[in-house]
Design a protein around this ligand. Structure first.
Ligand SMILES: *Cc1c(COP(=O)(O)O)cnc(C)c1O
Length: 425
């Protein structure tokens, strides 16, 4: 008779510690089940997930519609490579292009790959359409950006932990202050060879920095004036997270009927990842209109797994869930409630300075210096109290639950958070 081996958190942590590279510093919790807004650890304790795998699980854990699409496609056809056509990719490209209001989509797998793809499209466009001399193109990026982990991407990061000793770095990037239109204007005017401006509509990893209301719109206008591509990295902010289908979207012809108000920007190049699959599968994409995407010709760029039939089926289902369950609307309403409830607490708090964010992408700033352990210790205490969140940079804790949460659950989470913060006052 088989002896049931009881798994323990400690055992799993020890295995990762001994056999895995130490490229992360996880919170000490070992999960083995997820459903909707909840996850469970191996001892059976239930938690609210307030990270959603960095906003990949917007549609909630193990959404039956997404899992259903994935398993049924996995039983039929998983991978053909792009050497041949498959019957799912075109269907997905049409669906997603219309959904977000672009002519074309280029499928990849991870967010970093999609960012790389956008940079390559931008450079090639600069040489072939804008007329910049070969190898002279510059792309403007922002300080404190996070766009992924490839050698080129970390070349224009200013996070020493992500960057140091990975050189030599890729050239061709100009770094300016985020949310500073004047800096953008100066950079555009002083450099004739600018091909693009790569920007996060809200800087997520940096600590959920929301720019001024008119920043994206005016930045796009400056780019247009200088014939420079406005490239929005919506890998984290996109797909309903910030209370709208996209954090940039306004009057684009996308399917989000709630779109009104600011910003009101259609990027020239849109980068998506994370929640494009609802966290079920690595799926990313770059979207652009024909006059830009046409620079990519057979053999120029590719990926063995990019555009595979499982990814295509999963992404269609994941986007249908966002639309059918009105997740953008829900994120908008719950986000307002979350910040107003937390602000009531913060008024009388010594340990929290402020809450900021849009929709359900929020962060609190802990009143302690960046090197202190307070934010980490608060996250450990939150875990004990049944809610999982993680510090982003130093003294900042990001709060990003799945968007399938309801009001009662959100208020229960606010109660857990305020109760935990009280332990630190
Ligand atoms: C997570 C993230 C990426 C990188 O995505 P990966 O799938 O981890 O490669 C890129 N840009 C932004 C804004 C992100 O949040």
């Amino acid at each position: 008779m088989a002896i049931l081996e009881k798994k323990s958190s400690q055992h799993s942590i020890e295995l990762e510690d001994k056999y895995g590279a130490h490229n992360y510093h996880p919170l000490p919790v070992v999960l083995n089940k997820g459903e909707g807004v909840y996850v469970w650890d191996v001892e059976g304790k239930k938690y609210y997930d307030f990270l959603s795998a960095y906003s990949a699980v917007n549609q909630g854990h193990c959404h039956p519609k997404i899992v259903g699409a994935m398993t049924s496609q996995a039983q039929t056809l998983t991978l053909t490579s792009r050497a041949f056509y498959n019957d799912k990719l075109g269907e997905y490209e049409k669906f997603a292009s219309e959904y977000f209001g672009f002519d074309k989509l280029l499928p990849m797998n991870t967010g970093a790959e999609a960012v790389e793809t956008a940079l390559k499209i931008c450079r090639k466009w600069a040489y072939e359409e804008k007329g910049i001399f070969e190898n002279e193109a510059q792309i403007i990026v922002c300080e404190n950006n996070f766009h992924g982990r490839t050698t080129t991407i970390i070349s224009f990061s200013n996070d020493p932990v992500a960057r140091k000793n990975f050189g030599p770095y890729t050239a061709g990037f100009i770094k300016i202050e985020y949310d500073n239109l004047n800096a953008l204007e100066v950079a555009l005017e002083n450099n004739a060879n600018v091909a693009g401006f790569l920007v996060e509509p809200i800087q997520g990893e940096a600590g959920v920095y929301v720019p001024s209301d008119d920043y994206l719109e005016k930045a796009k206008a400056l780019c247009k004036k200088h014939n420079v591509l406005f490239i929005a990295d919506e890998v984290q902010t996109g797909i309903a997270r910030t209370g709208r289908l996209l954090a940039t979207c306004g009057d684009c012809s996308c399917s989000d009927k709630n779109c009104s108000g600011t910003p009101n920007v259609k990027p020239d190049v849109l980068i998506l990842g994370k929640a494009l699959s609802g966290g079920a599968y690595p799926v990313s994409a770059v979207l652009a209109d024909d006059h830009i995407m046409k620079v990519i010709k057979p053999g120029n760029h590719g990926s063995t797994f990019g555009g595979n039939p499982v990814a295509a089926a999963v992404a269609i289902a994941a986007l249908e869930v966002v639309r059918d369950e009105k997740l953008a609307e829900n994120a908008f309403v719950l986000g307002e409630l979350f910040r107003s409830e937390l602000n009531k607490y913060i008024e009388g708090s010594k340990i929290v300075n402020l809450v900021r964010g849009k929709g359900l992408l929020n962060a609190i700033v802990i009143n302690d210096d960046e090197e202190s352990e307070t934010a980490w210790n608060i996250c450990v205490a939150l875990k004990e109290n049944g809610l999982l969140a993680k510090p982003t940079h130093g003294n900042i804790i990001r709060f990003a639950p799945p968007l399938v949460m309801n009001k009662e659950q959100l208020l229960e989470c606010v109660a857990i958070i305020t109760k935990t913060l009280k332990e630190f006052e």
